[in-house]
Design a binder for this molecule. Structure first.
Ligand code: FES
Length: 130
């Protein structure tokens, strides 16, 4: 069996939503100190909908595929759903990741949460009441 699913390879080779958003409503940057990979997420939020999302990932193929899939999963979704996105959901949408690569999908979950926290800080909102 191949180490990586076709979906992982597809999102690694043709990542969706790469780049940055000027005047983003929320920006989150996280890293993993063991591997040194860094992920940055930009959110555009209108009302309670994440209308646009872009990412910049300086990391491994699984991190790029996870970022790409995560952006696809949250684009157009209400904030309360976006908050609940887990690395497990990202991994499942990618048809799995090898065990030693699961932490790459955790970065995607953390980057989105960090961007939402930034959105809250900028707008004087309570993250826990989103
Ligand atoms: Fe660290 Fe993939 S090896 S994010």
């Amino acid at each position: 069996m191949a180490l990586y699913s076709e979906k992982v390879m597809d999102h690694f080779r043709n990542p969706r939503n790469v780049g940055s958003i000027e005047n983003a409503d929320g920006i989150g940057e996280v890293g993993n100190c063991k591997c040194g990979d860094i992920m940055k997420m930009y959110l555009k939020i209108d009302g309670d909908i994440v209308t646009d999302v872009k990412f910049e990932t300086f990391g491994c193929g699984s991190a790029i595929a996870s970022s790409s899939m995560a952006t696809e999963l949250i684009k157009g979704k209400p904030i309360h759903e976006v908050m609940k996105l887990t690395n497990k959901a990202v991994t499942e949408a990618l048809d799995g990741l090898p065990a030693h690569k699961l932490h790459c999908s955790v970065l995607a979950e953390e980057a989105i949460q960090s961007a939402l926290q930034d959105y809250c800080t900028k707008n004087n909102l309570d993250y826990n009441s989103l």
